[in-house]
Ligand binder design. Sequence first.
Ligand code: ADP
Ligand code: MG
Length: 240
Amino acid sequence: MIEIKDVRKSFGPLEVLKGIDLTVQKGEVVSVIGGSGSGKSTLLTCINGLEQISHGSILVDGIEVHAKSTDLNKLRRNIGIVFQQFNSFPHLTVLENVTLAPRKVLGMSREQAEEIAVKHLTHVGLAEKLLVYPGRLSGGQQQRMAIARALAMSPAYMLFDEVTSALDPQLVGEVLDTLKLLADEGMTMICVTHEMGFARDVSDRVAFFHQGVMAEIAPSKQFFDAPQHAETQKFLSSVR
Ligand code: ADP
Ligand code: MG
């Protein structure tokens, strides 16, 4: 599980996380919503150790992310992260994009890495695109490739940061369907999202961030049916 305890994070004089407490259980899906600049992305980058924290602790399977003794490379193999912007290697085929890290980081043979890559690419609906270059894929296909690439490392956790925000509206659904599939299979996920339907239907709990504070967190149905915090109500009425 992921245990976030009183995490504070500042960039210079600006405190962007002001004491976040959140425990995500194995198999749980938590959606994080909130306005721009409220600290959602920063929280994800702190969880996988891309950013330092100023106070508190984050434990992943009991291992303290920001302890000096922690092997960050090892930890990150266990935490897949997919961002809003599609980042792929344009000169490599879809299959090569997905086999790269398992071969280079995990030391898998080409055959073994390809077997796993094909499995995940089939799972996200890209079985027909193995030998295509990413530039020939739609945004939704590129994002699904990015998800397959993260899954190829067999992570126990997946972090998604607005993975549908850069997509044309008609491509959003296919990526959300992929996330739902993963959730149904029991993947432990934290999803920063603007998709309220997804947050409500797929996640177990929804957290609302406001100015660096987790102002509210509740089971998803309860969260949307009866938001408690005035800022949550304001936010929800602005996005509905
Ligand atoms: P969100 O994802 O909720 O939109 P972010 O976590 O990206 O918010 O950002 C929270 C705040 O931290 C913003 O004010 C942003 O400008 C600031 N911030 C984020 N990253 C950095 C950075 N590397 N250096 C300085 N300020 C940053
Ligand atoms: Mg963000």
